[in-house]
Every structure is written in structure tokens, then in C-alpha cells.
Design a protein around this ligand. Sequence first.
Ligand code: SF4
Ligand code: SF4
Length: 400
Amino acid sequence: MSELTRNPFDPLMQVQKDAYRCGKCMLCKWIDHNEMTDSEFMAICPSGARFRYEAYYASGRQEIARGLLEGTLDYTDGLQHVLFTCTECGGCQAVCADAGNKNPLKTIVALRERAFRDMIATPPGYETLRKSLQNYENPWQQPRSRRDAWMRRMRLSDPRREKVEALYFVGCTAAYDPKLQEVARITAEILTRAGVSFGVLGRDELCCGSTLLRIGDWETYEEMAQRNRELLNSLDVGRIITSCSGCNSVLREEYPEIGGLSAEVAHSLEIVDELIQAGKIKLKKQVKKEVTYHDPCHLGRYSGVYDAPRRILEAIPGLEFVEMPRNRQNAFCCGAGGGVRTAYPEFSNWVAAERVREAASTGSTMLVTACPFCEQNLGGIKKPKVEVVDILKLVRQSMG
Ligand code: SF4
Ligand code: SF4
């Protein structure tokens, strides 16, 4: 067994009880049995579905935790692959919690954290990713000066200079990816047209640190997240609006552990849903499309936002909305999360292709999502059979 040398504290000790409570019922292989509608789309765990061995399911990872705790297991390249091919989608968590209130995701996070602290098991690409986050405060190795490129021709308030009610926290993917900057522009346009008082931080926005947390680098995460927390708490705003489901869940669910935010956090689609209900956004134009919706793991399973996107889609005139066999808490991941996109792009693409295949099986021509990171991965596969778009693009289209 590898000894902990860098830190006396072993993250696995905190999840010991959960690791030993796994009864190997193997429910974490599949979606909820009562909600299975299509035998082709019943798998819930991307890494298990791809690599097949039990080690790649939550049950196997619980056993690995026990092995490391008891000293009967050693770190190997194979173990590294098992630990870091989990997308941290939370599918196993949803099924396992329903079955007996255990917490396999906590064990998975602790396994990574311990591997990272031991400096033994860090997969390809992680060092570059960490350096990019440390040097440029984004995961894309892009200069800070380009962070506001998406808003160059827009006049938006700066919450440090003008009194506004909300901050629009754009996030690294929508700010930097030229194909996804449209999401940021559309969001700002919709909020402006609906009369929302908001501002943006432009090139001074910081990364939320989500990627570092997911890959297990707690120390760098905490340092980055604390700086971001201080910046956000220095603003006099009541709400922080995010586009990315990863930013949303880390600000909402994880920042409380490091002190919390003074403002409430909401995803842009929750705000748009509220504005539609309040009559401040009028959906007038027909959008004649057949669409299905991909629940981003960090918006759905992590933050419980399932109804708002469906209400929006139902409110768009002309739109035909049909559910995928795996939806809501049974949704299959897009394959990008948990650092998998960086370390194992081939596997990440395989997961995305599976999800797109499922979307196409509904007869829809469009796969709608609400997270730039999901959109990037789902839309990045070769010859996707459906068009992948952000939900707010359809809202803007219907507003005219
Ligand atoms: S992790 Fe949970 S669902 Fe999976 S085998 Fe163990 S107890 Fe069952
Ligand atoms: S978090 Fe997702 S990928 Fe990881 S073990 Fe659970 S279901 Fe599988």
C-alpha cells in the first residue's frame, strides 16, 4: 500500500462508513427499474457501460476504497484508469440513495482526492489543466485579456461601478469558446430585453474552480474558489446568474463548505422560467422543431433543477418536446465531466455519441441542453444525427 506522505489527513477515512455500507446490490448499473422504457437505454453509469468490469461501477469503486483503507490494494496504472474515468455524473448516487441512502459519489470524490494528494495517480493532461487554471484562471490556456471577447460590441454594466441587482457569471466555456460565446451573448440579450438589472465582470471574472474540485485537487481548488468567493461577496448584488451547470453547482452546492456566498445562485434558465411566468418574456413566434432535452448532471442531479427547462420548452409555441428514455434523475451523462474530457477524450466522445444516439431515437431533430460544457461535448462528436443547441437560443428565437 502507498503511504500518505504529503498529508497526514486521509480523505478516505471520512467516507469509510459509506464504503463499507455498499451491499453490492448492483443497482448502480441501471436507471431506476420502474422507469425503464427502452432496453437499449437502461445503463446509468458511463464508465461501467464503456469498460464493463465491475471496478468501473460505483460498487467497484467502493471496494477499491475498502482495499486502500485496509492496505490490500496498491496504486497501479489500471487503478488510475478506474479512478479517473468516472465522469462524476452522480447517476449511481441517485439510484443508490433511492435504494438505501448511501453515498457512492462521496467515496469516488475521496478516492480522487487521496490519489491527488499522494501525487501517485494523475492522468494525462491534468498538469497542463492545473497550470492553465493557475496561470490564466481558465482551463483553456487562454489569456485573461480574451475573457471579455464575447461582449465586445455590447454595453453591459459593471457591478463594481453601477448598482445592479444581479451578476451574470458567464463561466470559462461560454466566455472563451468561439462557438459557445453566442450562449453568453443571447443570455445577456434576453436579460436586458426582460428588464433585469444585471452586470458582468468582463475580463476580471475568475474561474469558479469546479474542474479542480472534480479532478481531486482540493488544495488548488480551495485557493482559487476562495479568491472567487471574496470577489463575488464584495459585490452588492442579490443574485448570481450562471450559464454553466458546473459553475452553478459548485457555487451553489460546494461554496457553502468554504464559507458560502452572500448572494443567491440561480441558473439562467431558472431566471428565464421566472420571467416567462411573470409575463416579462413573451414567447410569440412559432418555433417548428421536434426537440428533446438533455439534463446536465450538475443542474439536474446535483441541483435538482428538472421542471424549469421543461416548462420553458412547453411554453414555446410550435415546439414539439419529447423526453428521452433516460431523463431527469435517470439522465445519461454527456461525457465531459469529472476531468474526463481532458484525460480520456476518446471515452468522453463515446459517451457523447451514446447520448446523441438516444436523442435521435426519439425522432427529434434537435437536442436541447442548458450547459455550454455539455453542448461542447455533445456537439463535438463526428456527424451528430441531431443539432445540439442551448435552450436560450430557442427562447430568443420565439421572442422575435
Ligand atoms: S454502490 Fe449502492 S447501488 Fe451500487 S452496489 Fe453498492 S449499495 Fe448497491
Ligand atoms: S458518478 Fe457516474 S460515471 Fe461515476 S461511477 Fe457513478 S454513475 Fe458511474
